[in-house]
Design a protein around this ligand. Sequence first.
Ligand code: HMG
Ligand code: MG
Length: 284
Amino acid sequence: MSLGRCEIFEVGPRDGLQNETRDISVDDKVALVDRLSDAGFGRIECASFVSPKWVPQMAGSGDVLARIKRADGVRYAALTPNMRGYEDAVAAGADEIAVFGSASEGFSQKNINASIAESLARFEPVLAQARHVDLPVRGYVSCVVECPYDGPVAPSSVAEVADRLFAMGCYEISLGDTIGAGTPDSIARMLLAVRDVVPVGRLAGHYHDTNGRALGNIDASLSLGVRVFDAAVGGLGGCPFAPGAAGNVATEAVNAHLVQLGYETGLDQTILEDAAALAQAMRG
Ligand code: HMG
Ligand code: MG
């Protein structure tokens, strides 16, 4: 019996690769995105218009967007921390963009060199411009359970930032367990608070698998109505500004798990495994 539809938002070419120290060529990144384009995703995050001094690996993002073969029905997404990032993403033809904030002050400072309040003020003009040209904007909230600098994060802090991003016009809020500290219980407590301010149909779970609990956290999220999950093929990933942030939960594992539970994902498991091997071979 089908339990209905679940979507995996593929973040491998961005979150998966951004942390790799080896210089990965634009050709390799394009090959990975092109393979993923055949798998059945509706959205693939493959670019990040951030400072190349902060994240050197993402410096070729414009070239990646220029050279991929765009598949019908796939939106190719990019991170944009500020107006400079927004302009570069639009020039490169990103189909959607994402602003990224944090529920904890420590991570906000280390990741984007701004307090939470300053970051939200920076996102306002990005959202306003995007609205003008009908460009969808996703909003990330990092450290939804714990921060590598400040420790445990209150569900109310996550709800507050999620609420602000949603009110600003983000069409979906992706909740990042950046260092994989969440448990099914702490994820559920956080979601109950966020669900009070943002409709659950507009939430996504973005769970790093540092402690091997991401699939359990996905199950807890499913039982509260979340139906979109971020994942990276091959389980690559991490954030350079979050010590201990191991890989994103692996797309091929999430897909197999969801299908086994009875959800429809529309993804081709063989292509995912192929792309996972390709991604792992790029690892430094
Ligand atoms: P800053 O130093 O405060 O910025 O950095 P600034 O405005 O003072 O500018 C400093 C320099 O950066 C200037 O260049 C700017 O032109 C340049 P200079 O004059 O020194 O040559 N600059 C830029 N260059 C390219 N693109 C831009 C841009 N903006 C300024 N958009 C800034 C602030 C936000 C730029 C910086 O902190 C940064 O780039 N941070 C990015 C951090 C990052 O990418 N982290 C990883 C992604 S988040 C993540 O992985 C978590 C997530 O997966 C969810 C989860 O797991 O929780 C999403
Ligand atoms: Mg992440």
